[in-house]
Design a protein around this ligand. Structure first.
Ligand code: GAL
Length: 442
């Protein structure tokens, strides 16, 4: 049997990623909290409730879990609605609370990466139009200044906006996130406001902390032509990728927002990413369909033999991660995988998903591509937005009734990967023997 070990560079960041609204609990000042109360918005009308109860202090035990599993970094987010519950009020005790968490991370040997906006807005902001309001760059800049000033002692790695492409699509085009809008024309305004907000934050953070590393996390989705020999499928897959994957990173490189029929210059956004954050989960097959106008002429689907997650939400497509890395090279910046993971309550799929994706990551590393870190989504099962509690992405399982955690086998696997800074054929034979022959062919 062939055996091998694939090492990562010294100092590689290994961690998990979380988002405030999904783990803290009782975020009653967020627009998501209001959205949850309206029947039909969240699957089975689930409520975030206590979530993982981090705000009451369980962040400590969960970050201890991260440390026990040899992680050396953690991506966390800050809840704007806690820091600024009203337009003219800063909650200093919430700021102190976050300072304590950041100190807790540093003391545990976890390098913090902090996301400043992860889908959740204060209610007062949503009442004034959130991302449709042209004043949002000013509001965001003030909030960011307050946070960065307070946390700069512990943090120098910042994600301004998590997945602006997902936020734009789900909140303003598909209507599945608050405010539930379905208005493609409005999307240009929203995207412009996001880019302006990022740019304002980028410049301000560098003013406060010149050594800061600032970027966004883009959700990169693979779009593979259903019939690679059929030009319309190839064309539509490219179009979808340009719209979903390229829109924001290109705007932040060139200072130009390119929509299908509109081009907008935003010069202050030019060259405002210090690293490329990539959230990668899966790939679609795309076939050309003239009647899918709203979906940009593409029918998207998973192939019939796809290796699917519990709810069919994610197809295990590890090579898409390699494609994402290749795509990211065009930006000539360090690359960080800011999220990657799978919903899998009984952990039958996660071990192979994890090994196969980290294998693809290693292929990039082996070409000396500038990949600096990997954050698995996620540490403990959490509230998955419009899908409520139906999807379980945690290395640890959460019982929402009792708040008890139970380790899944993948947590042990990930601990070995983090400790040894590699993946090996031994790990594959122990945790995912079914892929051994494919990963280590004779
Ligand atoms: C991402 C999002 C995360 C998490 C994850 C898994 O799009 O940033 O907050 O929900 O998907 O569903």
């Amino acid at each position: 049997m062939v055996s091998a070990t694939f090492y990562f560079p010294k100092g590689f960041l290994w961690g998990t990623a979380t988002a405030a609204y999904q783990v803290e609990g009782n975020n009653t000042n967020s627009q998501w909290w209001e959205w949850e109360q309206q029947p039909g918005n969240i699957l089975h009308d689930h409520k975030s409730g206590l979530a993982c109860d981090w705000w009451s202090g369980r962040w400590r035990e969960d970050l201890d879990r991260a440390v026990e599993s040899h992680q050396n970094a953690h991506r966390i987010s800050i809840e704007w609605s806690r820091i600024q519950p009203a337009p003219n009020r800063w909650d200093e005790s919430a700021i102190d609370h976050y300072r304590e968490i950041m100190r807790g991370m540093v003391e545990r040997g976890l390098t913090p990466m902090v996301t400043l906006h992860h889908f959740s807005d204060p209610i007062w902001l949503s009442e004034s139009g959130s991302w449709e309001n042209d004043l949002i760059p000013n509001y965001f800049e003030k909030f960011v200044g307050k946070v960065v000033d307070a946390l700069k002692e512990y943090v120098s790695s910042w994600v301004t906006i998590n997945e602006p492409n997902v936020l734009l699509t789900f909140a303003y085009v598909l209507g599945q996130f608050p405010p539930g809008k379905k208005d493609l024309r409005n999307a240009i305004r929203v995207a412009t406001n996001m880019i302006n907000s990022h740019a304002a934050a980028y410049h301000l953070i560098h003013k406060i902390q010149p050594q800061a590393q600032v970027g966004i996390a883009t959700n990169y989705r693979g779009f593979v032509p259903a019939k690679p020999w059929f030009p319309p499928d190839v064309w539509v897959a490219r179009l979808q990728s340009r719209l979903f994957n390229d829109l924001f990173p290109v705007a932040l490189r060139d200072g130009v927002l390119r929509f299908p029929v509109t081009v907008k210059r935003i010069p202050q956004a030019k060259n405002t990413q210090d690293f490329l954050g990539i959230d990668y989960y899966t790939c679609d097959r795309v076939s050309f369909n003239l009647f899918k106008v709203g979906e940009m002429f593409g029918r998207r689907f998973y192939p019939p033999d796809a290796d699917l997650s519990d709810n069919g939400f994610i197809a295990n497509e590890p090579e898409g991660l390699f494609t994402a890395l290749k795509w990211a090279l065009q930006f000539k910046k360090p690359i960080i995988i800011t999220e990657n993971g799978v919903e899998d309550s009984d952990d039958h799929l996660r071990p192979r998903y994890l090994l196969q994706h980290i294998h693809q990551l290693w292929r990039g590393v082996n070409f000396t591509w500038p990949v600096k870190g990997y954050f698995h989504w996620t540490l403990v099962d959490n509230f998955e937005w419009e899908r409520g509690w139906t999807q379980r992405f945690g290395l640890w399982e959460l019982d929402t009734e009792t708040q008890a955690r139970r380790k899944r086998p993948s947590a042990d696997l990930y601990a070995q990967i983090c400790r040894e800074n590699c993946i090996s054929s031994d790990m594959v034979s122990q945790y995912a023997p079914e892929i051994y022959a494919q990963m280590f062919p004779e």
